[in-house]
Ligand binder design. Structure first.
Ligand SMILES: NC(=O)c1ccc[n+]([C@@H]2O[C@H](COP(=O)([O-])OP(=O)(O)OC[C@H]3O[C@@H](n4cnc5c(N)ncnc54)[C@H](OP(=O)(O)O)[C@@H]3O)[C@@H](O)[C@H]2O)c1
Length: 410
């Protein structure tokens, strides 16, 4: 394989949701990638149904990015590229979950890399972590929310009481579900991703046909309502685990207790939890799909394929370090049990423009206390209010404050 002097030629197959985002992202990041790898990447050709020739693009490329999807002709293109000595990056879970062994074998035989971070959980770097970072650990179990469409639908059903059909229509309106959502809502998309994860985590061939899967079409709003009263949340969970010396790989709806690392993954987000005796448990979460998100995972794979040489590039800017940030706070005050205490505290908070979200008065006499949560406020301003509150003669002990994370994702 001969790279152009100083350059690295990337042939792009597919220019749809992910392909077009990739074509936009690569030139924007080319300078930074050159600092990391020593080579400046550029798109050498683009293939769609109506334009471009695979053979001509292959001829002028050092690496092929496959973003066509489906089995054929993607499989043939990926195999041909690797046989011609080109690295390949793909986000095609259907292809890998059904023809992975043939593809990985071809990559090994030709001494090229086949990278596929974007195929599982979008931009969440689960492939790299399972395949590389955790290669020294023995994995016992992998749990994943690996389909953003179904997670969005279940989140909406739980949040609003919508039926499955209504939540699906909402997902389609917002672009979280495709016109034909059957692979997503029926569990087959998640099953393909779990097959790939299981293959890597347990070092054994796993074909999509070996994964048992159920979807979420049968879920009724009252399932979610009753479960909520019990503190349970419903997710479409993929599991791959060792059982009696064998391996189970499955996808089905499951209730989770709030303490489970996947319980708080809402909306179109994905997350994967890896359990191992050496590491206990690692959970990774983030956007599971989307053109720009998946394109960034694909470009990360391109950079990995370009390395070596690997280096930490020099910084390109000096950012100011910010110390005073905005945070919500929980505030716990042990106070005298007499009229006007709350008003006095509220006045100090108001003077510092700290606004109260909720307040409860608890206990009597020596046990009297005010517990409140304040809306996000600049920490320095909150500290000023705290200092003044600490001087109030109605306080029986120094005030206690704990930050509250209020970020909402998805
Ligand atoms: N969309 C996501 O958020 C997402 C997330 C993770 C992974 N992925 C994976 O990324 C891949 C691409 O998905 P996408 O959503 O970008 O698909 P897409 O929007 O449907 O785009 C597919 C592209 O491939 C081209 N194409 C299709 N058949 C072809 C053929 N026979 N020969 C040449 N070109 C062909 C299409 O050409 P035309 O432009 O001429 O139609 C189009 O440009 C899939 O494997 C998908 O599973 C997608």
């Amino acid at each position: 394989m001969n790279a152009a002097p100083g350059g690295f030629r990337v042939g792009l197959l597919g220019h749809g949701t992910v392909g077009s985002a990739f074509a936009h992202l690569l030139p924007a990041q080319a300078g930074r990638i050159e600092l990391i790898t020593g080579l400046r990447p550029a798109i050498s050709g683009v293939l769609t149904r109506s334009s471009g020739s695979f053979e001509e693009i292959l001829e002028v490329s050092d690496l092929i990015v496959e973003l066509i999807g489906g089995i054929e002709p993607a499989r043939e293109y990926v195999l041909s590229a690797m046989r011609a000595g080109r690295h390949v990056v793909t986000a095609n879970k259907q292809l890998l979950s059904q023809h992975g062994e043939e593809l990985w074998q071809t990559a090994r035989a030709n001494g090229v890399q086949l990278r596929f971070e974007g195929a599982v959980a979008g931009v969440v770097p689960v492939i790299r972590v399972v395949q590389e970072s955790l290669s020294g650990a023995t994995i016992d179990r992998v749990h994943g929310i690996v389909n953003g469409t179904t997670n969005f639908i279940l989140t909406e059903m739980a949040r609003t009481g919508m039926t499955f059909a209504e939540a699906l229509a909402e997902a389609q309106r917002l672009g979280y579900a495709e016109a034909d959502p059957s692979d997503d809502v029926g569990g087959r998309d998640a099953a393909a991703k779990m097959a790939i994860l299981a293959r890597l985590a347990f070092d054994t061939p796993v074909h999509l046909d070996q994964v048992r899967y159920e979807g979420i079409e049968q879920i009724q709003p009252d399932d979610l309502e009753y479960a909520r009263e019990l503190g349970l949340g419903l997710k479409l969970i993929g599991t791959a685990e060792r059982i009696d010396g064998g391996l189970s790989v499955r996808v089905h709806p499951a209730f989770l207790y709030p303490g489970h690392p996947l319980a708080s993954v809402n909306g179109p987000f994905n997350a994967v939890t890896v359990e191992s005796p050496e590491i206990t448990e690692i959970t990774m979460s983030g956007p599971g799909a989307g053109g720009p998100q998946t394109a960034s995972a694909v470009l990360g794979d391109v950079v990995s394929a370009m390395i070596p040489p690997a280096s930490t590039p020099p910084t390109m800017r000096v950012l100011e370090i910010v110390h005073d940030v905005v945070s919500a706070f929980y505030l716990h005050l042990e106070v005298a049990d007499r009229p006007g205490v709350l008003a006095g505290v509220a006045q100090v908070l108001a003077e510092h423009e700290v606004s109260v979200k909720s307040v409860v008065q608890k206990g009597l006499g020596e046990q009297a206390r005010l517990v409140m949560v304040v809306h996000p406020v600049l920490e320095s301003r909150f500290a000023g209010a705290m200092a003044q509150i600490a001087r109030l003669d109605v306080l029986r002990a120094p005030p206690r404050a704990i930050r509250v994370l209020e970020e909402e994702f998805g």
